[in-house]
Design a protein around this ligand. Structure first.
Ligand SMILES: NC(=O)c1ccc[n+]([C@@H]2O[C@H](COP(=O)([O-])OP(=O)(O)OC[C@H]3O[C@@H](n4cnc5c(N)ncnc54)[C@H](OP(=O)(O)O)[C@@H]3O)[C@@H](O)[C@H]2O)c1
Length: 281
């Protein structure tokens, strides 16, 4: 039997990271969560925290927050991979975004780092509707979004995590790049319709222009860098026809089909997160 590895999971409390932590523990690996809220703390904005988090680690799952496309991400990935090498890390797995040009620069840093590596390029997550910025509109029963014609092959974070665990554990995946998508590409309207059907709630969808959407975020008081990122993700990622393509890499790596959006919608509705109890004072 192989010895367990020491694995740092950066973003280990986040959407994919916490499932990666669970999957690795199930395989009896020694896992350290890399996040500001853990000890030793890991903060992307404070390189002084990196050596402590990397000390003694064999492998690292890298999740950059908020996105590899933001200014500073390239330098951070470069610095972290250099520090990882110094710390004796052998292998890294990078979570990247499908169709993000800026993310590809970060991928190249990892690929040229001299470390063993696997790149996992993900499509938009299903869980953006239940754990991220699309949650509030679903709760409000009114979802106004741009890019109404874009067909998005939403991927489940459970599938991403299973792929990440598999490639961390198996060196046959070293040097490979996987594109992880769901099995079906759907529009926002179709996604909202499926969530409405699963919850039994009325949820309206309204297409808006990208400019109007940005103006809505601005009037809601959201910070300029956040608005820039969301606009970029809609324009760059959803705006390109190649990003609507479905990949079978989840099945190639895991030997099973990727999870469909309808299964996600049904299961998530069952948890009650989209229908919180009304508080009575
Ligand atoms: N969401 C999508 O649809 C999608 C699609 C493709 C690719 N991606 C990629 O996935 C990555 C993560 O995105 P996500 O939105 O899903 O986030 P997430 O993984 O849910 O992010 C939250 C995690 O990041 C940690 N974190 C936040 N700020 C940090 C900081 N300054 N230093 C260290 N850790 C920090 C949080 O822990 P603490 O708060 O405790 O620090 C938490 O563990 C991004 O690189 C994005 O490009 C996302």
């Amino acid at each position: 039997m192989n010895h367990p590895s020491n694995i740092l999971v950066i973003g280990g409390t986040g959407k994919t990271g916490r499932k990666v932590v669970k999957g690795l523990k199930k395989q009896n690996q020694n896992v350290r969560v890399g996040a500001r809220s853990h000890t030793p703390a890991f903060d992307w904005h404070d390189p002084a925290t990196w050596p402590g988090a990397l000390a003694g680690m064999d492998k690292v799952y890298i999740v950059y927050y908020p996105d590899l496309a933001v200014p500073g991400a390239y330098e951070a990935i470069k610095g972290l991979t250099e520090e990882a090498k110094k710390a004796g890390v052998k292998k890294v797995v990078l979570l990247s975004g499908k169709g993000e040009k800026e993310a590809e620069r970060c991928e190249q840093v990892v690929a040229g780092s001299g470390l063993d590596y696997t790149l996992v390029r993900a499509s938009w997550f299903n869980q953006n509707f239940s754990e991220s910025f699309l949650m509030d509109p679903i709760l409000a029963g009114y979802v106004a979004l741009p890019m109404p014609d874009a067909k998005i092959p939403f991927v489940d974070t459970g599938d991403i995590a299973d792929v990440v665990v598999k490639v961390l554990m198996d060196d046959a995946h070293n040097g490979k790049t996987y594109t992880v998508t769901g099995p079906r590409a759907i529009t926002f309207e179709e996604a909202v319709t499926e969530i409405a059907a699963s919850t039994g709630k009325e949820i309206k969808y309204k297409p808006v222009s990208l400019d109007d959407y940005s103006a809505m975020m601005k009037s809601a008081g959201l910070p300029a860098d956040y608005i820039w990122l969301i606009d970029y993700l809609f324009r760059e990622v959803l705006g390109k026809p190649e990003n609507q393509e479905i990949s079978d890499d989840v099945e190639k790596v895991l030997g099973r089909k990727a999870r469909d959006f309808s299964e996600y919608a049904r299961e998530t509705a069952g948890t009650g997160v989209w229908t919180p109890p009304v508080s009575v004072l």
